[in-house]
Design a protein around this ligand. Structure first.
Ligand SMILES: *Cc1c(COP(=O)(O)O)cnc(C)c1O
Length: 372
Protein backbone atom coordinates (compact mmCIF):
# COMPACT_ATOMS: atom_id res chain seq x y z
CA UNK A 1 0.00 0.00 0.00
CA UNK A 2 1.32 3.46 -0.93
CA UNK A 3 -0.87 6.54 -0.66
CA UNK A 4 0.78 9.66 -2.06
CA UNK A 5 0.28 13.08 -0.52
CA UNK A 6 -1.14 14.37 -3.77
CA UNK A 7 -1.67 13.37 -7.38
CA UNK A 8 -2.73 15.35 -10.44
CA UNK A 9 -6.07 14.52 -12.02
CA UNK A 10 -5.31 14.13 -15.73
CA UNK A 11 -7.68 12.62 -18.28
CA UNK A 12 -7.53 11.67 -21.97
CA UNK A 13 -8.69 15.21 -22.75
CA UNK A 14 -5.44 16.80 -21.54
CA UNK A 15 -3.43 14.12 -23.35
CA UNK A 16 -5.30 14.81 -26.58
CA UNK A 17 -4.71 18.57 -26.33
CA UNK A 18 -0.99 18.08 -25.71
CA UNK A 19 -0.88 15.69 -28.66
CA UNK A 20 -2.62 18.34 -30.81
CA UNK A 21 0.06 20.86 -29.85
CA UNK A 22 2.85 18.42 -30.63
CA UNK A 23 1.25 17.69 -34.01
CA UNK A 24 0.92 21.40 -34.75
CA UNK A 25 4.62 22.05 -34.22
CA UNK A 26 3.81 25.38 -32.56
CA UNK A 27 5.23 24.79 -29.09
CA UNK A 28 5.26 28.29 -27.59
CA UNK A 29 3.17 31.43 -27.93
CA UNK A 30 0.35 29.74 -29.83
CA UNK A 31 -3.43 29.55 -29.61
CA UNK A 32 -3.57 27.27 -26.54
CA UNK A 33 -2.00 29.92 -24.33
CA UNK A 34 -4.60 32.48 -25.41
CA UNK A 35 -7.39 29.93 -24.96
CA UNK A 36 -6.19 29.08 -21.47
CA UNK A 37 -6.02 32.77 -20.54
CA UNK A 38 -9.51 33.38 -21.92
CA UNK A 39 -10.85 30.51 -19.83
CA UNK A 40 -9.23 31.95 -16.71
CA UNK A 41 -10.81 35.36 -17.48
CA UNK A 42 -14.20 33.81 -18.03
CA UNK A 43 -14.03 31.81 -14.81
CA UNK A 44 -12.69 34.57 -12.56
CA UNK A 45 -14.58 37.43 -14.17
CA UNK A 46 -11.37 39.43 -14.53
CA UNK A 47 -10.76 41.29 -17.79
CA UNK A 48 -7.17 40.17 -18.34
CA UNK A 49 -5.04 37.09 -17.70
CA UNK A 50 -1.36 36.49 -18.44
CA UNK A 51 -0.12 32.89 -18.25
CA UNK A 52 3.43 32.36 -17.04
CA UNK A 53 5.85 29.56 -16.22
CA UNK A 54 5.11 29.58 -12.48
CA UNK A 55 3.04 31.18 -9.77
CA UNK A 56 6.21 32.69 -8.36
CA UNK A 57 6.99 34.39 -11.69
CA UNK A 58 3.47 35.80 -11.83
CA UNK A 59 3.77 37.13 -8.26
CA UNK A 60 7.11 38.72 -9.13
CA UNK A 61 5.61 40.45 -12.17
CA UNK A 62 2.67 41.60 -10.03
CA UNK A 63 5.06 43.27 -7.59
CA UNK A 64 6.91 45.01 -10.42
CA UNK A 65 3.72 45.99 -12.22
CA UNK A 66 2.56 47.92 -9.16
CA UNK A 67 5.87 49.77 -9.11
CA UNK A 68 6.92 48.40 -5.72
CA UNK A 69 10.61 48.93 -5.00
CA UNK A 70 13.35 48.99 -2.39
CA UNK A 71 12.25 50.87 0.72
CA UNK A 72 8.58 49.96 0.29
CA UNK A 73 6.75 47.69 2.71
CA UNK A 74 4.06 45.14 2.01
CA UNK A 75 1.94 43.52 4.71
CA UNK A 76 1.62 39.76 4.43
CA UNK A 77 1.50 36.47 6.36
CA UNK A 78 4.42 34.37 7.66
CA UNK A 79 2.29 31.20 7.50
CA UNK A 80 2.52 30.49 3.77
CA UNK A 81 4.65 28.94 1.08
CA UNK A 82 7.83 31.01 0.90
CA UNK A 83 7.15 32.33 -2.63
CA UNK A 84 4.50 34.75 -1.34
CA UNK A 85 7.14 36.87 0.36
CA UNK A 86 10.17 35.97 -1.78
CA UNK A 87 8.47 37.80 -4.65
CA UNK A 88 8.82 40.99 -2.57
CA UNK A 89 12.45 40.41 -1.68
CA UNK A 90 13.34 40.00 -5.37
CA UNK A 91 12.64 43.73 -5.65
CA UNK A 92 14.08 44.74 -2.28
CA UNK A 93 10.57 45.28 -0.90
CA UNK A 94 10.22 44.47 2.79
CA UNK A 95 7.62 41.88 3.76
CA UNK A 96 6.02 43.06 7.00
CA UNK A 97 4.50 40.03 8.65
CA UNK A 98 1.25 39.92 10.55
CA UNK A 99 0.27 36.89 12.60
CA UNK A 100 -2.61 34.59 11.62
CA UNK A 101 -6.02 33.75 12.95
CA UNK A 102 -5.67 30.35 14.63
CA UNK A 103 -8.95 29.07 13.21
CA UNK A 104 -8.81 30.05 9.53
CA UNK A 105 -4.97 30.02 9.44
CA UNK A 106 -5.18 33.15 7.27
CA UNK A 107 -3.77 36.60 8.07
CA UNK A 108 -5.45 38.07 11.17
CA UNK A 109 -7.00 41.17 9.64
CA UNK A 110 -7.51 42.79 13.06
CA UNK A 111 -3.71 43.09 13.35
CA UNK A 112 -3.04 44.67 9.95
CA UNK A 113 -3.72 48.34 10.69
CA UNK A 114 -1.14 48.62 13.47
CA UNK A 115 1.55 47.55 10.96
CA UNK A 116 0.72 50.25 8.41
CA UNK A 117 3.47 52.88 8.12
CA UNK A 118 4.28 55.69 5.69
CA UNK A 119 6.26 53.13 3.65
CA UNK A 120 3.42 50.62 3.34
CA UNK A 121 2.36 50.28 -0.28
CA UNK A 122 0.31 47.11 -0.43
CA UNK A 123 -1.30 44.18 1.37
CA UNK A 124 -0.53 40.70 0.07
CA UNK A 125 -3.08 38.26 1.52
CA UNK A 126 -2.56 34.55 0.91
CA UNK A 127 -5.66 32.35 0.70
CA UNK A 128 -4.05 29.50 2.56
CA UNK A 129 -5.06 25.90 1.75
CA UNK A 130 -7.95 27.12 -0.42
CA UNK A 131 -9.71 29.20 2.20
CA UNK A 132 -10.34 32.84 1.28
CA UNK A 133 -9.03 35.56 3.63
CA UNK A 134 -11.45 38.08 5.11
CA UNK A 135 -11.40 40.22 2.00
CA UNK A 136 -13.98 42.69 3.34
CA UNK A 137 -11.50 43.68 6.02
CA UNK A 138 -8.52 43.65 3.62
CA UNK A 139 -10.30 45.85 1.09
CA UNK A 140 -11.50 48.25 3.77
CA UNK A 141 -8.00 48.77 5.16
CA UNK A 142 -6.53 49.04 1.66
CA UNK A 143 -9.03 51.73 0.79
CA UNK A 144 -8.52 53.62 4.03
CA UNK A 145 -4.73 53.80 3.61
CA UNK A 146 -4.66 53.82 -0.19
CA UNK A 147 -2.81 50.51 -0.52
CA UNK A 148 -2.66 48.06 -3.40
CA UNK A 149 -3.94 44.52 -2.89
CA UNK A 150 -2.03 41.58 -4.42
CA UNK A 151 -3.93 38.35 -3.83
CA UNK A 152 -1.85 35.21 -3.64
CA UNK A 153 -4.58 32.81 -4.73
CA UNK A 154 -2.07 30.14 -5.75
CA UNK A 155 -3.84 27.66 -3.47
CA UNK A 156 -7.36 28.93 -4.00
CA UNK A 157 -8.60 28.69 -7.57
CA UNK A 158 -12.32 28.03 -7.16
CA UNK A 159 -12.71 29.54 -3.69
CA UNK A 160 -15.15 32.39 -3.08
CA UNK A 161 -15.66 35.16 -0.55
CA UNK A 162 -19.37 35.83 -0.69
CA UNK A 163 -20.11 36.44 -4.36
CA UNK A 164 -16.48 37.22 -5.24
CA UNK A 165 -13.85 34.82 -6.51
CA UNK A 166 -10.62 34.41 -4.56
CA UNK A 167 -7.91 36.03 -6.67
CA UNK A 168 -10.34 38.40 -8.39
CA UNK A 169 -10.80 40.98 -5.65
CA UNK A 170 -7.53 42.89 -5.61
CA UNK A 171 -5.52 45.00 -8.05
CA UNK A 172 -3.73 41.81 -9.11
CA UNK A 173 -4.36 38.15 -8.35
CA UNK A 174 -2.20 35.10 -9.01
CA UNK A 175 -3.04 31.41 -9.40
CA UNK A 176 -0.51 28.59 -9.64
CA UNK A 177 -0.51 25.22 -11.38
CA UNK A 178 2.21 23.08 -9.80
CA UNK A 179 1.12 19.40 -9.84
CA UNK A 180 -0.27 19.46 -6.29
CA UNK A 181 -2.61 22.41 -6.90
CA UNK A 182 -6.34 22.07 -7.66
CA UNK A 183 -5.49 22.08 -11.37
CA UNK A 184 -2.06 21.75 -12.94
CA UNK A 185 -0.05 22.61 -16.03
CA UNK A 186 3.03 20.75 -14.73
CA UNK A 187 4.57 24.08 -13.78
CA UNK A 188 2.74 27.32 -14.34
CA UNK A 189 0.91 30.32 -13.05
CA UNK A 190 -1.34 33.11 -14.22
CA UNK A 191 -1.72 36.75 -13.30
CA UNK A 192 -5.21 38.28 -13.45
CA UNK A 193 -6.20 41.93 -13.31
CA UNK A 194 -8.80 44.43 -14.49
CA UNK A 195 -6.13 47.02 -15.28
CA UNK A 196 -5.15 47.31 -18.93
CA UNK A 197 -1.89 48.95 -17.91
CA UNK A 198 -0.89 46.10 -15.59
CA UNK A 199 -1.96 43.62 -18.27
CA UNK A 200 0.21 45.16 -20.95
CA UNK A 201 3.17 45.43 -18.59
CA UNK A 202 2.80 41.77 -17.57
CA UNK A 203 2.61 40.64 -21.21
CA UNK A 204 5.81 42.49 -21.88
CA UNK A 205 7.66 41.35 -18.75
CA UNK A 206 7.03 37.65 -19.37
CA UNK A 207 8.56 38.09 -22.78
CA UNK A 208 11.89 39.87 -22.10
CA UNK A 209 10.30 43.29 -21.75
CA UNK A 210 9.39 43.30 -25.40
CA UNK A 211 7.18 45.98 -26.95
CA UNK A 212 3.84 44.71 -28.22
CA UNK A 213 5.09 45.00 -31.77
CA UNK A 214 6.25 41.39 -31.84
CA UNK A 215 7.73 41.58 -35.34
CA UNK A 216 10.67 43.62 -34.20
CA UNK A 217 12.94 42.87 -31.31
CA UNK A 218 12.22 46.09 -29.47
CA UNK A 219 12.54 45.95 -25.69
CA UNK A 220 10.97 48.53 -23.40
CA UNK A 221 12.05 47.02 -20.09
CA UNK A 222 14.58 44.59 -18.69
CA UNK A 223 12.17 41.70 -18.71
CA UNK A 224 12.27 37.96 -18.11
CA UNK A 225 11.58 34.74 -19.88
CA UNK A 226 8.52 33.80 -17.84
CA UNK A 227 6.63 32.28 -20.77
CA UNK A 228 4.36 29.24 -20.50
CA UNK A 229 4.80 26.62 -23.24
CA UNK A 230 1.93 25.51 -25.47
CA UNK A 231 2.11 22.00 -23.98
CA UNK A 232 1.55 23.45 -20.51
CA UNK A 233 -1.29 25.66 -21.76
CA UNK A 234 -2.86 22.62 -23.49
CA UNK A 235 -2.93 20.73 -20.18
CA UNK A 236 -4.41 23.88 -18.60
CA UNK A 237 -7.21 24.08 -21.16
CA UNK A 238 -8.20 20.47 -20.46
CA UNK A 239 -8.00 21.05 -16.71
CA UNK A 240 -10.14 24.20 -16.96
CA UNK A 241 -12.77 22.32 -18.97
CA UNK A 242 -12.89 19.82 -16.12
CA UNK A 243 -12.55 22.36 -13.29
CA UNK A 244 -16.06 21.98 -11.88
CA UNK A 245 -15.72 18.19 -11.88
CA UNK A 246 -12.28 18.33 -10.24
CA UNK A 247 -13.33 20.81 -7.54
CA UNK A 248 -16.41 18.79 -6.73
CA UNK A 249 -14.44 15.53 -6.42
CA UNK A 250 -12.03 17.30 -4.06
CA UNK A 251 -14.89 18.61 -1.98
CA UNK A 252 -16.43 15.15 -1.71
CA UNK A 253 -13.08 13.72 -0.61
CA UNK A 254 -12.77 16.46 2.04
CA UNK A 255 -16.28 15.74 3.32
CA UNK A 256 -15.41 12.03 3.57
CA UNK A 257 -12.30 12.88 5.62
CA UNK A 258 -14.31 15.13 7.93
CA UNK A 259 -16.85 12.42 8.65
CA UNK A 260 -14.19 9.71 9.10
CA UNK A 261 -12.35 11.94 11.58
CA UNK A 262 -15.60 12.27 13.52
CA UNK A 263 -16.34 8.57 13.27
CA UNK A 264 -12.90 7.62 14.61
CA UNK A 265 -13.07 10.43 17.20
CA UNK A 266 -9.62 11.67 16.19
CA UNK A 267 -8.32 14.32 18.62
CA UNK A 268 -7.29 16.62 15.75
CA UNK A 269 -8.55 20.03 14.74
CA UNK A 270 -9.97 20.14 11.21
CA UNK A 271 -10.21 23.26 9.08
CA UNK A 272 -12.55 25.91 10.41
CA UNK A 273 -14.26 27.48 7.43
CA UNK A 274 -15.43 31.08 7.67
CA UNK A 275 -19.16 31.34 6.84
CA UNK A 276 -18.44 33.88 4.05
CA UNK A 277 -15.98 31.49 2.42
CA UNK A 278 -16.67 28.79 -0.08
CA UNK A 279 -13.59 26.63 0.27
CA UNK A 280 -11.68 25.21 -2.69
CA UNK A 281 -9.87 22.21 -1.20
CA UNK A 282 -6.13 22.38 -1.94
CA UNK A 283 -4.63 20.08 0.67
CA UNK A 284 -6.22 18.45 3.70
CA UNK A 285 -4.63 19.70 6.90
CA UNK A 286 -5.17 18.35 10.38
CA UNK A 287 -3.88 20.18 13.44
CA UNK A 288 -2.46 17.64 15.90
CA UNK A 289 -3.19 17.95 19.61
CA UNK A 290 -0.72 19.94 21.73
CA UNK A 291 2.07 17.66 22.93
CA UNK A 292 1.84 15.15 20.08
CA UNK A 293 5.17 14.18 18.53
CA UNK A 294 4.55 15.08 14.90
CA UNK A 295 7.75 13.54 13.58
CA UNK A 296 6.94 10.23 15.23
CA UNK A 297 3.38 10.40 13.86
CA UNK A 298 4.74 10.97 10.36
CA UNK A 299 7.21 8.10 10.67
CA UNK A 300 4.51 5.68 11.78
CA UNK A 301 2.34 6.70 8.85
CA UNK A 302 5.27 6.45 6.46
CA UNK A 303 5.94 2.87 7.59
CA UNK A 304 2.39 2.12 6.52
CA UNK A 305 2.88 3.69 3.09
CA UNK A 306 1.12 6.95 3.92
CA UNK A 307 2.84 10.12 2.74
CA UNK A 308 2.40 13.26 4.86
CA UNK A 309 4.04 16.68 5.05
CA UNK A 310 4.46 19.28 7.79
CA UNK A 311 2.76 22.26 6.12
CA UNK A 312 3.94 25.12 6.47
CA UNK A 313 7.18 25.88 8.25
CA UNK A 314 6.82 29.61 9.03
CA UNK A 315 8.62 31.92 6.62
CA UNK A 316 10.19 34.32 9.15
CA UNK A 317 12.16 31.52 10.82
CA UNK A 318 13.63 30.16 7.57
CA UNK A 319 17.40 30.58 7.55
CA UNK A 320 17.39 32.90 4.54
CA UNK A 321 14.95 35.25 6.30
CA UNK A 322 16.67 35.16 9.67
CA UNK A 323 19.92 36.04 7.92
CA UNK A 324 18.36 39.25 6.62
CA UNK A 325 15.87 40.27 9.29
CA UNK A 326 17.08 38.63 12.51
CA UNK A 327 13.68 37.28 13.41
CA UNK A 328 13.46 35.10 16.45
CA UNK A 329 11.14 32.51 17.87
CA UNK A 330 8.03 34.03 19.39
CA UNK A 331 7.76 36.93 16.92
CA UNK A 332 4.54 35.51 15.46
CA UNK A 333 3.33 33.08 18.11
CA UNK A 334 0.09 31.86 16.54
CA UNK A 335 1.76 31.07 13.22
CA UNK A 336 4.62 29.34 15.00
CA UNK A 337 2.45 27.24 17.27
CA UNK A 338 0.10 26.24 14.45
CA UNK A 339 3.04 25.53 12.17
CA UNK A 340 4.46 22.98 14.63
CA UNK A 341 1.16 21.10 14.78
CA UNK A 342 -0.22 21.11 11.23
CA UNK A 343 0.11 18.05 9.03
CA UNK A 344 -1.06 17.52 5.46
CA UNK A 345 -2.46 14.05 4.87
CA UNK A 346 -2.94 12.39 1.44
CA UNK A 347 -5.48 14.33 -0.58
CA UNK A 348 -6.37 14.60 -4.27
CA UNK A 349 -9.45 14.42 -6.42
CA UNK A 350 -9.25 10.68 -7.03
CA UNK A 351 -8.47 9.45 -3.54
CA UNK A 352 -10.87 6.61 -2.70
CA UNK A 353 -12.96 6.05 0.40
CA UNK A 354 -10.93 2.90 1.10
CA UNK A 355 -7.67 4.84 0.97
CA UNK A 356 -9.10 7.53 3.23
CA UNK A 357 -10.30 4.94 5.74
CA UNK A 358 -6.83 3.40 5.70
CA UNK A 359 -5.23 6.83 6.33
CA UNK A 360 -7.57 7.75 9.17
CA UNK A 361 -7.32 4.34 10.85
CA UNK A 362 -3.53 4.56 10.85
CA UNK A 363 -3.57 8.20 11.93
CA UNK A 364 -5.75 7.21 14.89
CA UNK A 365 -3.25 4.48 15.88
CA UNK A 366 -0.26 6.75 15.32
CA UNK A 367 -1.75 9.50 17.48
CA UNK A 368 -2.34 7.07 20.30
CA UNK A 369 1.31 5.99 20.13
CA UNK A 370 2.64 9.56 19.79
CA UNK A 371 0.63 11.09 22.62
CA UNK A 372 2.71 12.24 25.57
C1 LIG B 1 2.21 27.17 -4.99
C2 LIG B 1 2.28 28.50 -4.39
C3 LIG B 1 2.90 29.59 -5.03
C4 LIG B 1 3.54 29.50 -6.40
O1 LIG B 1 4.31 28.40 -6.57
P1 LIG B 1 5.00 27.99 -7.95
O2 LIG B 1 5.59 26.70 -7.61
O3 LIG B 1 5.97 29.04 -8.28
O4 LIG B 1 3.93 27.90 -9.00
C5 LIG B 1 2.87 30.81 -4.42
N1 LIG B 1 2.30 30.99 -3.21
C6 LIG B 1 1.68 29.98 -2.56
C7 LIG B 1 1.03 30.25 -1.26
C8 LIG B 1 1.67 28.70 -3.12
O5 LIG B 1 1.10 27.68 -2.45
Amino acid sequence: MFIPLSKPDLSDLEKKYVQDVLNSGLLSGGPKQKQFEDMICQYTGRKYAVAMNSGTSALHVAVKALGLKAGDEVITTPYSFIASSNCLLYEGVKPVFVDIDYQTLNIDTTLIEMKVTARTKAILPVHVFGQTCDMDAVRMIAEKYNLFVIEDACEALGADWGKDKAGAMGDVGVYAFYPNKQITTGEGGVLVTNSKQIYQYALSMRNQGRSDNNDELQHLYIGYNYRMSEMQAAIGVGQMERLTEILSKREQAAIRYLSLIKEYKLPVQTPFIHPMCNMSWFVFIVTLPVGTDRTETMLTLQKNGIQTKPYFPVIHLQKCYRDIFAYSKGDFPVSEQISLRTLAIPFHSNITLLEQQYVIRHLADALEDAAC
